[in-house]
Each structure stands twice: as C-alpha cells, then as structure tokens.
Design a protein around this ligand. Structure first.
Ligand code: GAR
Length: 187
C-alpha cells in the first residue's frame, strides 16, 4: 500500500476520516506519518489513538521555512512517504517540499474554489450569502489554494441555516470525499 503523510494543524476530523476509511478497507493506503505545526493540536490525540508516527514542530524553533521543511522532508523520507495529504494544515507549502513531492501534494478546502480561498472559507461563504458552497480537493502549488482542481462537491446553503450548520454539512462531505479521492489518485 502507498504510504502517505497527513499534515494537520487542528482538530483532525479529516485525519480521522482517512484512518477510518483505511480500517474499513475503503482506502488502501498507510498513513506512515502525521505532521503537525501545532504541539497542542487535537489531531495529536487522535494520532496517538491510531498509533500513527508523528513529526511535530514549531516554526519559531527554526530560522526559516526552508529549514523546518528540510526537517519535515527528512522525516518523510525516513518513513518512505510517497504522498502528502494536507488536512487543515494552515500554512503555505514552500519550495523544499514542493520540489521533492511535485504533483504528489493535495489539499482539501471548504469552499468551491476559486471562490473563498484562504482563512475561514466557511464564514466567508456564509457572510457572502451564497446559496451554494462546497468542498474542493486540489493539487498544491506555491499559491494559496490555487493548484489544479481534482474533485469538488457542492453543499446547498438553505434558508435558516446557521454558520455552524454549514460547517457541519461541509465537514460531512469532506469526510467522505477526501478518502474516496485519495484512493482514486493513488491507484
Ligand atoms: C477542514 O474543513 C479543511 O477543509 C480546512 O480546515 C478544516 C480542518 O478540519 N482547511 C482549510 O481551510 C485550508 N485552507 P479538521 O482538522 O477537523 O480536519
């Protein structure tokens, strides 16, 4: 099975969905490493439960992005990782990782890109009053949510829905779309 690394900064519900899909044999992959830039992130508790090896770092402990990405790269290569799967990793990927994993880095974003890139895409869509938002999975390039699109799924914003309702609906789509799309890609 292809080895993947999940990159996450937060709760890790998408990491969880990926692990669940692997357990259920819907996704034939191995999460060989979880990379996190947040030592107190909830995702780390989930990784402990699943016994996923972790690489946790703080950018402030390194002089620059190239140096912390070199440290990540070393951990990825040690674990023989082939694919990088960003799941709520709230940081731009730099040259060091892009050069080594060109075409093998994907991200999930909670809007129909190119609408609402960047932070709080769900809040942005809610504020804008659009009737349809959704989920995008795309290849990662040096830009912010700009790489070529692999898969999208719409979510309707119905009358009376709160921002939290929209988040729940979007995350539900994410948790099924991400494992399915990863499986199609790595095949
Ligand atoms: C997800 O909704 C993901 O789409 C979003 O962060 C959340 C992480 O949730 N990513 C971005 O906004 C990237 N620009 P999780 O930690 O529960 O998987």
């Amino acid at each position: 099975n292809p080895k993947i690394a999940v990159f996450a900064s937060g709760t890790g519900s998408n990491y969880n969905a990926i692990m669940h899909a692997i357990e259920c044999k819907e996704l034939h992959a191995e999460v060989a490493l979880l990379v996190s830039d947040q030592p107190t992130a909830k995702v780390l508790e989930k990784a402990e439960k699943y016994e996923t090896e972790t690489f946790v770092f703080q950018p402030k402990d390194y002089p620059n992005k190239a140096s912390f990405e070199s440290a990540i790269l070393q951990a990825l290569q040690h674990a023989q990782v082939e694919w990088l799967v960003l799941a709520g990793y709230m940081r731009l990927v730099g040259k060091t990782l892009l050069e080594h994993y060109e075409g093998k880095i994907i991200n999930i974003h909670p809007s129909l890109l190119p609408a609402f890139p960047g932070l709080d895409a769900i809040g942005q869509a809610f504020q804008a009053g659009v009737k349809v938002s959704g989920v995008t999975i795309h290849f990662v390039d040096e830009g912010m949510d700009t790489g070529s699109i692999i898969a999208q799924h719409p979510v309707l914003i119905e009358e009376g829905m709160s921002r939290d309702d929209l988040q729940t609906a979007i995350q539900k789509v994410e948790h099924s779309l991400y494992p399915k799309t990863i499986q199609q890609l790595i095949n």
